[in-house]
Design a protein around this ligand. Structure first.
Ligand code: GAP
Length: 513
């Protein structure tokens, strides 16, 4: 059973507001009223997103000897999706409300018992993340619809034993008041809703032209496994990594970029020998993935592990553990790390008629490798990074009065701008020239920002809000005193110190890796 989690709606609202205000993320097609489940990344968002992808690619591909990269096409032969099982099986359980015409994902819809004057009287359904007050309101609505306005509602019972809608019986369903309904019994039984987007390829508009937008990047890796083995001089164990767009016609795209219909994945298929010690390798992968999340700024304590129970695993799967993160809408999956046996390669071997066997020089044996699959969403990582970085504190303004400050405590690895350069005054050519020269020099290596307008305190706040770790001010000491130093101001502590150009470059080199 999925467990309902607690949400922090105001934090999500703050993050969404900041993303819009400062140009990180916009609703897609906003001038036409938006398009549910699709988002656009603005000037700062695209930098943050690229930095996340680059950090992942550096650490998991370029800095390892055992993983190579791939970029496969989004639309592939439809037989790939038949072999992988997606055409027949890639669906979510959907529940319709016959009254409100709203649709819900059954595993995100919870059903709680309503007890009036110690008598069970029915159930209310609520969507994951709903707050207690709205669930109580819904229970009272059921009470009123049963003409029992005077009865006392037992609130304790309401929150004691919620079950998700994939598990409720028809009898319970018929007595359940839906989240947007006025009377009980309007919710349908869950039915499978296909998640793959279909398109047509070529001039014919018939069934034979149907193709799919990929719902995961993983199958592109399996489909190219043979090409990489034949050309890449790889030895087992080895991995193939891919970053790319994926598309799913989600029933309920929700929680900003957490669940959208177009998103990006960073996936690895790590091929191992069938007799390898997969539980130890799985554990190693979990630890490496946690370390990576910490390296881009997620606090270690905000990451937990959700081990899928054996009875819920697909028949071919040996183990799956999700790394969970405490998002504003509750603790949810961020990174899935699965041991998928040799299922996918064997399926492709069977459907394509091409051998997927690997000849292992070391053991002089031939086999279809097994696989460990760490699969991470770029957008979900970005939301986790924003959640961990978002912070408000109080600082004195230029007049010494306390003022609220909003800041994003991004790790320098992924911050959109690594530093901002300011001349203390914009009407002093000698300050402006020196600031411009430093800015141009830094710009050759890193993404940096130049700002000459407004009071220095205001300029610092603007950078704090977009997560720039350091501001460098060219002031009178720079031009009048020996040593050629600037003022370096640190975002989180707001501490200031003097620094030389060589020290500044060395610090950025060490921190932006
Ligand atoms: N190849 C395995 C696979 O695709 P998944 O659990 O369906 O597994 C992997 O997806 C990861 O992709 C998730 O952990 C999540 O980070 C991301 N993801 C999945 N669906 C998403 C969606 N609709 N919107 C944003 N990210 C999504």
């Amino acid at each position: 059973m999925t467990v309902p989690t607690v949400s922090n709606e105001s934090l999500m609202e703050e993050i969404v507001g900041l993303c819009k205000r400062r140009g990180f993320i916009f609703p897609s097609s906003e001038i036409y009223g938006g398009y549910n489940g699709f988002y656009d990344y603005g000037p700062l968002g695209v930098e943050l997103r690229n930095n996340i992808k680059q950090a992942w690619w550096r650490d998991f591909v370029q800095r390892r000897d055992d993983i190579v990269g791939l970029d496969s096409s989004i639309i592939m032969h439809p037989k790939i999706w038949q072999a992988s099982g997606h055409v027949d099986g890639f669906s979510d359980p959907l529940v319709d409300c016959k009254e409100s015409r709203k649709r819900y994902r059954a595993d995100q819809l919870f059903c709680a018992p309503v007890v009036l004057d110690a008598e069970p009287c029915g159930y209310v359904a609520y969507v994951e993340g709903a707050d207690e007050a709205s669930i109580i309101k819904q229970a009272k609505k059921l009470r009123d619809s049963l003409d029992k306005k005077q009865s006392k509602l037992d609130e304790g019972q309401l929150f004691g034993s919620a079950a998700d809608f994939t598990e409720v019986s028809d009898a319970v369903r018929e007595q359940t008041l839906g989240p947007d309904a006025s009377k009980a019994g309007t919710l349908t039984a869950p039915r499978a809703f296909k998640l793959m987007f279909e398109t047509k390829v070529g001039p014919l508009a018939d069934e034979s032209a149907i193709a799919y937008l990929r719902p995961e990047t993983a199958q592109g890796i399996f489909a190219n496994y043979k090409n990489v083995v034949d050309t890449g001089r790889v030895k087992i164990p080895f991995g193939i990594a891919q970053i790319g767009k994926a598309f799913r016609n989600e029933i309920t795209p929700r929680n900003f970029i957490f669940r959208s219909r177009e998103f990006e994945q960073m996936e690895i298929e790590y091929f191992i020998a069938p007799d390898a010690d997969w539980p130890s390798l799985h554990r190693e992968w979990l630890d490496q993935c946690i370390d990576w999340l910490v390296s881009i700024g997620l606090p270690r304590e905000s990451i937990t592990e959700d081990v899928h129970p054996q009875e819920k695993l697909a028949f071919y799967s040996q183990a799956t553990t999700d790394l969970m993160f405490h998002f504003p809408h509750g603790e949810q999956e961020l990174w899935g790390i699965a041991c998928r046996s040799d299922y996918d390669l064997k399926q492709h071997q069977q459907h394509s008629g091409k051998s997927m066997e690997f000849f292992d020089e070391a053991s002089k044996s031939k086999y279809v490798p097994h696989v460990i699959e760490p699969s991470l969403g770029v957008d979900r990582t970005l939301l986790a990074v924003l959640t961990a970085a978002y912070c408000e504190d109080e600082v004195p303004n230029d007049k010494g009065q306390a003022e609220q400050r909003t800041l994003l405590k991004f790790s320098p690895r992924i911050a959109p701008y690594k530093a901002a350069v300011f001349p203390l005054l914009k009407n002093k050519p000698e300050l402006v020239e020196r600031a411009d020269a430093l800015y141009r020099k830094l710009q050759k290596r890193w993404n940096v920002f130049y700002d000459a307008s407004g009071a220095i305190g205001r300029r610092y706040r603007r950078q704090d809000e977009i997560g720039t770790p350091w501001c460098v001010t060219i002031d009178f000491d720079t031009i009048e005193k020996p040593g050629d130093t600037f003022t370096l101001r640190e975002r989180d502590s707001m501490a200031q110190r003097r620094i030389t150009q060589a020290e500044l470059f060395a610090m950025l080199d060490a921190q932006v890796y």
